[in-house]
Write a protein that binds this ligand. Structure first.
Ligand code: PCA
Length: 218
C-alpha cells in the first residue's frame, strides 16, 4: 500500500492596520516545499473575523494535514512567540480588513472558554533557540483576529473529530517595517523563516512537550 505523504499547513495573514506587508505571509512565501518527507502547504488568510476561520477550515478539509501552524504579526514583540492558549473572546481595538470590530463577543458561542495549543510549545521554543532564533512561550494571543483564528482552528479540529495538531506563532516586525519605528524591535525575514522551519520540525518529532524552558529569555 502506498504510504500517504504527511502534510503540514502553514498559514499567514494578509497585511492589516495600514501596513503594506505582513511578516507572517512573507515567511510562508519563503518556506521550503518540503521538510524531509513532509510537504509544506502555505495559505494566505484574510485578516477578517469569521472569514479567516472559514478559509483555513476549508483548506484543512481539502488537505487533511497532520499539523496546522498559523502565523501572525505581533508588532512590538521582540521574539518569535509560540502561543500556549486561545480564548473564546473577540475584542477588537481596531477594525479588521472588512471593517468589523467585535467587542466582547465569543468566537464560538457555547464553546469552551479556551483551547490549549496541541503542538509542543516548549519543544518548539527550544528548537528555535537551538537554531539561534530568539523565541518564547507566550501566554496570550490577544483578542483580535489571530486569537480568533487559533481558537477557531482548534475548535474546528476538535468538533470534527480530527486529530491533527494545531498551534500559532506570533512574529515581530520585519526589519523593513521597523525603519519607520526605529525604537521598536524587529527581526530579519531569514531569521524568522529559520525559526519556523525549526518549530515545524520540533512539532513533527515531539509527541509530548518538554517539561522545561520556553519562559523568559534569560
Ligand atoms: N496579526 C493580528 C491579526 C493578523 C495578524 O497578522 C493579530 O495579532 O491578531
Amino acid at each position: 500500500m502506498k504510504r500517504a505523504v504527511a502534510r503540514v499547513l502553514v498559514t499567514g495573514f494578509e497585511p492589516f492596520g495600514g501596513e503594506d506587508i505582513n511578516p507572517s505571509w512573507e515567511i510562508c512565501r519563503d518556506l521550503p516545499e518540503a521538510i524531509g518527507a513532509t510537504r509544506i502547504h502555505v495559505l494566505q488568510v484574510p485578516c477578517e473575523f469569521r472569514a479567516a476561520i472559514e478559509v483555513v477550515a476549508g483548506e484543512i478539509e481539502r488537505l487533511e494535514p497532520a499539523l496546522v501552524l498559523s502565523l501572525g504579526q505581533a508588532g512590538g514583540r521582540a521574539a518569535m512567540s509560540v502561543e500556549r492558549v486561545a480564548i473564546n473572546v473577540d475584542d477588537a481595538r481596531i477594525d479588521d480588513n472588512a471593517g468589523n470590530a467585535p467587542v466582547d463577543e465569543p468566537v464560538a458561542s457555547g464553546g469552551p472558554a479556551a483551547y490549549f495549543a496541541t503542538v509542543p510549545v516548549k519543544a518548539m521554543v527550544a528548537a528555535m533557540r537551538e537554531a539561534d532564533v530568539p523565541a518564547i512561550v507566550s501566554n496570550t494571543a490577544g483578542t483580535f483576529v489571530c486569537n480568533h483564528l487559533m481558537y477557531g482552528v482548534l475548535h474546528f479540529l476538535a468538533a470534527s473529530g480530527r486529530d491533527a495538531r494545531a498551534g500559532f506563532i506570533h512574529v515581530p516586525w520585519l526589519d523593513a517595517q521597523a525603519l519607520a519605528r526605529p525604537s521598536e524591535p524587529s527581526m530579519a525575514l531569514a531569521t524568522m523563516v529559520r525559526g519556523v522551519e525549526a518549530a515545524i520540525e520540533a512539532a513533527l518529532t515531539h509527541a509530548t512537550d518538554l517539561r522545561e524552558g520556553g519562559g523568559a529569555l534569560d
